[in-house]
Design a protein around this ligand. Structure first.
Ligand code: TEU
Ligand code: CA
Length: 627
């Protein structure tokens, strides 16, 4: 048990401690070296508390210790041979159904639209899909607020359409995983409606607290602004919602809830889906007592209360139970969305000997140190390099990482790194090169293969996302001008990733014959699937080539990895090898040309430049050699 006598280096030796400290350093933008300095490493918590002159309250230390002491296990780091399985070899493609393809002109993407585009995906080389939620929903958070887990959202089609999709995928030898949103349901789910009608059985399905209207149960903040509690006068109770007011958190301590979830997961697996992506799955176990979040931690991590549920006391138990009762019976695949989880905790959630999840999505690579999504700044690719090197070198063979830059919750990566138009295609290709030549499973987000960039939103009425709209209001209330507030929303809005997929240069980008639910700017006139497929030098073709290479060469999946000239700034190079097969990647992460190693051009098999020069890496040049 760690106490306040524990030294910083002892905290760092604890798996949760290591991830927490790394996270804090990232958040404040301080280098790890500082922590490993003996002077700092030998400081005890007690000392730090004294030195902080009351700025770091006693409660802060108690919180940290409670969290660290809650984990009794250490991840295994022994040498084990890598196990081969389909999901390690897969090239996943995330579809945001609402914005992918509309088949009936109502302005909204749908299942028939996805079926229409399966050949497009097959042609690109995709082997597996992840669909964002397609279940019945009032769409307060575009389907992440589910009102019936076993029905298809009417806007997206019918169960027959879904079954047809499964048949069409099988024909093409493609797999599919669904989104599993079980931290919360919609407030329009029958369970919640029964709870509101006074049914005690269903009240226990949710996290409801007795109390008067003017006494909110604790200080936890919602991810979508304001308090995480909503008052329900009809039952005189408060209900917890970590996300929108219409997304009520389920009570996982209730065995019936867990049974319902396992049963529902099994039902979908029996239908023939290959697995699930588990939405905010690390939030399902809340510390009993629901005590106040530490304000200091809250300010640091943006959301007060998070330490009480992002790695809760029964998380491992719940995951094991769900795997045993549902996933394992179908040998189904699971990837957890786990915001805030670092490398060591990820090991404890995904180790192949742990029987919990297969893989997770961690998010620390998405912003550079000291930044959050809504900051307007430029992303330095040297950080991505360090982040990836750390994972590739320290994530042993019991674990496997996901590789991604984009999803439906984040702006486009090219725009974050360098919005200058002359670098757009080069950067798009560079990002693809990294993602498809490293050890891990690539998840390509729709449109990433076209080199899409952020949308040129003009005013707040152009946005649709509940997070953006709530945040805008909150910023206005805090005294910001509408211009300042808009600037923040523009930097981080999830809507950048949610505008219609551009299929061609006809009206509304060929997405719909009607009026799209969210408008796309004119970028599609040049960047669209049809014209990129025609142009052999497009970002699309580069992705297609990379995917083919990865599929034809298992070395790019399972091969050993060695980094070269690790310290050289803006230079990113690594070797993938497996027996006699050797691939070498060499990348310029910046806009200044670099002198490169004297590798012979005859070994070059792919570059994002037409005429690569010997020993010279042009701005954002990315090369793949076969030796
Ligand atoms: O996202 C959870 C999550 O933490 C985010 O990435 C989120 O968009 C952001 O942090 C909010 O501040 C998942 C889904 O991917 C997201 O679309 C849903 O809105 C959310 O869960 C609730 O279901
Ligand atoms: Ca439609």
């Amino acid at each position: 048990m760690l106490s306040k006598k524990a030294k910083v280096k002892e905290l760092y030796a604890n798996p949760v401690g290591k991830d927490v400290l790394d996270k804090v350093l990232l958040q404040v933008g301080v280098s790890k070296k500082w922590l490993l300095n003996p002077l700092v490493g030998n400081l005890s918590l007690e000392r730090i508390e004294k030195m902080s002159f009351g700025k770091l309250p006693e409660s802060f230390f108690q919180k940290i210790l409670k969290l660290l002491n809650s984990e009794k296990d250490l991840p295994k780091n022994d040498d084990t041979p890598l196990k081969e399985t389909w999901w390690k070899e897969a090239v996943f493609y995330q579809i945001y159904p609402r914005s992918f393809k509309d088949s009936n002109g109502d302005g909204m993407g749908d299942l028939r639209g996805i079926i229409e585009k399966l050949d497009y995906l097959k042609n690109l080389g995709i082997t597996a899909l992840w669909l964002s939620p397609i279940y019945e929903s009032p769409n307060d958070d575009n389907g992440y607020d589910i009102s019936d887990y076993k029905k298809i959202m009417k806007e997206f089609g019918t169960m027959e359409d879904f079954e047809l999709l499964l048949v069409e995928l099988k024909k093409r030898n493609m797999k599919i995983i669904m989104d599993l949103v079980v931290n919360h349901t919609s407030d329009e789910h029958p369970w919640f409606k029964k709870a509101l009608a006074g049914d005690k059985k269903y009240q226990d399905y949710y996290i409801l607290k007795d109390g008067s209207k003017n006494q909110v149960p604790n200080n936890w903040k919602s991810f979508f602004s304001g308090s995480a509690w909503r008052y329900f006068p009809e039952i005189k109770k408060w209900g917890l919602h970590l996300f929108s007011k219409k997304q009520m958190d389920l009570n996982w301590e209730n065995e019936n809830v867990r049974k319902e979830v396992s049963q529902m997961v099994s039902w979908w697996l029996a239908k023939g889906v290959d697995g699930f992506r588990l939405d905010v799955i690390n939030y399902i176990s809340k510390n009993p007592g629901l005590v106040n979040g530490d304000e200091f931690v809250g300010n640091l991590m943006e959301f007060t209360g998070i330490e009480e549920y992002y790695y809760g006391p029964r998380l491992h138990e719940y995951l094991r139970e769900l795997r045993e009762n549902a996933f394992s019976k179908y040998q189904a695949f699971s990837v957890g969305e786990t915001p805030g989880i670092g490398q060591e905790m990820a090991k404890l959630l995904t180790g192949d000997y742990r029987k919990e999840l297969d893989m997770v999505f961690n998010f620390d690579q998405l912003e550079t140190p000291g930044h959050v999504r809504f900051d307007d700044y430029l992303y330095d690719l040297n950080f991505l390099k360090t982040y990836l090197m750390n994972y590739q070198e320290n994530f042993g063979n019991h674990y496997w990482m996901s590789l991604f830059y984009e999803n439906h919750d984040n702006p486009r990566m090219i725009s974050k790194v360098n919005p200058a138009p002359e670098y757009r295609d080069l950067l798009g290709k560079l990002l693809g090169m990294i993602q498809l030549t490293l050890k891990g499973t690539p998840f390509i987000f729709q449109g990433q293969e076209l080199g899409l960039i952020n949308q040129d939103f003009k005013e707040i009425t152009d946005f649709r996302d509940v997070e953006s709209l709530n945040k805008y209001q909150e910023l206005l209330e805090s005294g910001q001008s509408s211009l300042e507030a808009l600037k923040t929303i523009l930097a981080g809005s999830r809507d950048h990733a949610r505008v219609p997929m551009p299929w061609d240069n006809t009206k509304h980008a060929g997405f719909t014959t009607g009026t799209p639910w969210i408008l796309r700017d004119e970028d599609y006139l040049k960047y669209n699937a049809r014209s990129e497929i025609k142009d052999s030098s497009s970002v699309w073709h580069f992705y297609q080539q990379l995917i083919t290479l990865r599929k034809e060469n298992k070395t790019l999946v399972y091969g050993e990895i060695h980094f070269l000239h690790e310290k050289r700034k803006n230079y990113f190079s690594y070797l993938r090898k497996n027996g006699k097969d050797e691939f070498l990647v060499e990348i310029n992460l910046g806009t200044t040309p670099l002198k490169s190693e004297p590798y012979l051009l005859e070994h070059l098999i792919l570059s994002n430049y037409d005429q690569p020069k010997f020993q010279h890496l042009a701005p954002y040049e990315a090369r793949l050699y076969k030796i």
